[in-house]
Design a protein around this ligand. Structure first.
Ligand SMILES: Nc1ncnc2c1ncn2[C@@H]1O[C@H](COP(=O)(O)OP(=O)(O)O)[C@@H](O)[C@H]1O
Ligand SMILES: [Mg+2]
Length: 270
């Protein structure tokens, strides 16, 4: 039996997705750091133009899982991966995969905002400059559009050439999102993007995620369950490297099929 057809994943919407509606197809993905198995045969289909949340206790493998989606784990020498992650037509672990191109297609934003110590403007165009793009009109356009999408434009439009380090932490996180959007990714992955932020900045980022869904596939890792419930269409619950349950968000939070999911969402552990 195909792992994706097992009873745990009988979410008709996810299982019957047409290929063209799948952003990421994960097949029997296992990951080891040295001898230690951190991900256990994970299979899931992440739909296009939806927000998928990944929840689970600290250390359960959330960051490791999403790190597979743009091959960040390649950076660790003792890391071994089995199984497939298909984005587009191809298994991204194929030796012919162009990794910089993959990382353009799959943008990643981390918990701590990491703006570069240059101006707001130069932060946004950073990736384009690396690609050799220097046309001023084009760059100006990208900066404006990316900052509008990231809900930061109004706050910075008069100070584009000031250092990004002068921005508040919440603004810096939106700037980092703008920097990712400037590369026109297909998939945007946010790894606990608001856990270092105050409630107002958190709300702004959540509204932003809501707006992005029409244009991008968004994956958000969060240990804030209310946040997952507020922003996502689908939710995957990971525990000790295993995908326990993956379903539409309403089902996960109101009628989970697995007892472990219920225990986690009702706060009995984690
Ligand atoms: N580079 C690494 N080398 C060895 N172990 C790691 C490495 N990165 C993460 N781990 C381990 O893998 C497990 C999953 O970590 P992680 O994916 O960061 O969890 P989460 O994001 O859910 O908190 C943890 O036990 C962590 O200690
Ligand atoms: Mg993590």
């Amino acid at each position: 039996m195909d792992a994706l057809d097992s009873p745990l994943f009988t979410v008709p919407k996810l299982n019957s997705l047409a290929k063209s509606d799948i952003a990421i197809e994960v097949n029997d993905l296992a990951l080891y750091f040295g001898q230690r198995k951190v991900l256990h045969e994970i299979s899931m289909r992440i739909p296009k133009n939806k927000v998928t949340a990944i929840i689970g206790p600290s250390g359960c493998g959330k960051s490791t899982l999403i790190g597979c989606f743009n091959r960040l784990n390649d950076l660790h020498q003792d890391c071994r991966i089995e199984g497939q992650v298909i984005i587009g037509e191809r298994n991204i672990f194929h030796h012919k995969q162009n990794v910089p191109e993959l990382r353009t297609k799959v943008g990643m934003v981390f918990q701590r905002p990491n703006p570069f110590p240059v101006s707001v403007y130069e932060n946004v165009v950073y990736g384009l400059r690396i690609k050799g793009i220097s046309d001023r009109r084009l760059l100006d356009n990208v900066v404006e559009n990316a900052l509008i999408k990231a809900a930061l434009w109004d706050e910075v439009k008069d100070n584009l050439f000031d250092s990004a380090l002068l921005l508040s932490t919440g603004q810096q996180q939106r700037l980092v999102i703008a920097r990712a959007l400037a590369l026109e990714p297909e998939i945007l992955i946010l790894d606990e993007p608001t856990s270092a932020l105050d409630p107002i900045s958190t709300l702004l980022i959540e509204e932003l995620i809501n707006d992005l869904r029409s244009q991008f596939t968004v994956i958000i890792v969060t240990h804030n369950l209310q946040q997952a419930a507020r922003v996502s269409d689908y939710t995957a619950f990971l525990h000790q490297g295993e995908l326990i349950e993956y379903s539409d968000t309403d089902t996960i939070f109101t009628l989970p099929a697995q007892q472990q999911t219920e225990a986690y969402i009702t706060g009995r552990y984690g």
